[in-house]
Design a protein around this ligand. Structure first.
Ligand SMILES: N[C@@H](CCC(=O)N[C@@H](CS)C(=O)NCC(=O)O)C(=O)O
Length: 231
């Protein structure tokens, strides 16, 4: 079983992946102010959240990972290339995450930030802010690199089977899912685009910084919690 949740404030998409038999579950990119929702959902679905996986250190919201660790005993996991040791598990390309009979494969899709990861589960790829629906993550902070992102998307995501479903880490326009074939055809930043063209497009974006960047990034280095307080 699988749930897709949405945070109206940051437009973040959060995912809960469930092993039907054991009821063990994984949450990807939880948002701090939805902690109570996750606790209620766990009770309603009779699941035990085992891991909170980050696709990267977010700049637009604070993770609920640390709070979930304190309240529910969830283990937190983030890329080793995020250079933070507060998570229980520092992930690398090729790592396998198991919950019950289910397995998730870690795929390094760096470029939006230095430590951006995607998670492959069954026919679903959770791409964080690397590949978005008809878009991609910006590459102008936190070790972002447009050339690296182009290589990640074209070599690690577009080489997966065409039918692989793309579940992004956010969307600002109400879209919820795509697939590899569709993004190859219609993604306006990537379809029929050369590496040089992509780098030029990303360099010209000139976006304002996310409103929460100065608060969110330091907080997310500590899994979103102040270790010296109860929550
Ligand atoms: N407006 C949003 C941030 C928008 C933004 O810059 N999002 C980043 C991720 S933190 C991004 O990669 N956006 C890709 C894009 O807008 O094309 C905020 O203030 O929180």
């Amino acid at each position: 079983m699988f749930k897709q949740l949405y945070d109206e404030i940051s437009s973040t998409l959060t995912y809960v992946l469930i092993d039907d038999e054991s009821r063990q579950a994984v949450i990807i990119d939880p948002v701090d102010h939805h902690l109570d929702d996750y606790i209620v959902l766990s009770e309603q679905l009779n699941i035990q959240l085992k891991y909170a996986l980050e696709t990267h250190l977010h700049a637009d919201h604070i993770t609920a990972g640390g709070q979930l660790r304190k309240v529910l005993g969830v283990q937190t996991a983030v890329s080793e290339q995020c250079w933070t040791d507060s998570a229980d598990w520092q992930l690398n390309d090729g790592d396998e995450i198991t919950f019950g009979q289910e397995g998730i494969k870690v795929i390094a899709t760096h470029g939006h930030t230095s430590g951006s990861l995607s998670y492959l589960w069954q026919d679903k790829l959770f791409t964080g802010y690397a590949l978005l629906i008809n878009g991609c993550g910006r590459t102008d902070f936190q070790g972002g690199d447009a050339g690296v992102l182009f290589d990640s998307i074209t070599q690690r995501i577009f080489t997966l089977p065409s039918e692989t479903l793309i579940y992004p880490g956010h969307d600002y326009q109400g879209r919820r899912v795509s697939n590899v074939a569709q993004e190859k055809l219609i993604n306006s930043r990537l379809a029929k685009q050369s590496r040089e063209g992509f780098i030029a497009t990303m360099a010209a974006l000139n976006l304002p910084n996310p409103k929460m960047i100065d608060v969110a990034v330091p907080a997310n280095r500590k899994c979103g919690v102040d270790e010296t307080t109860a929550l």
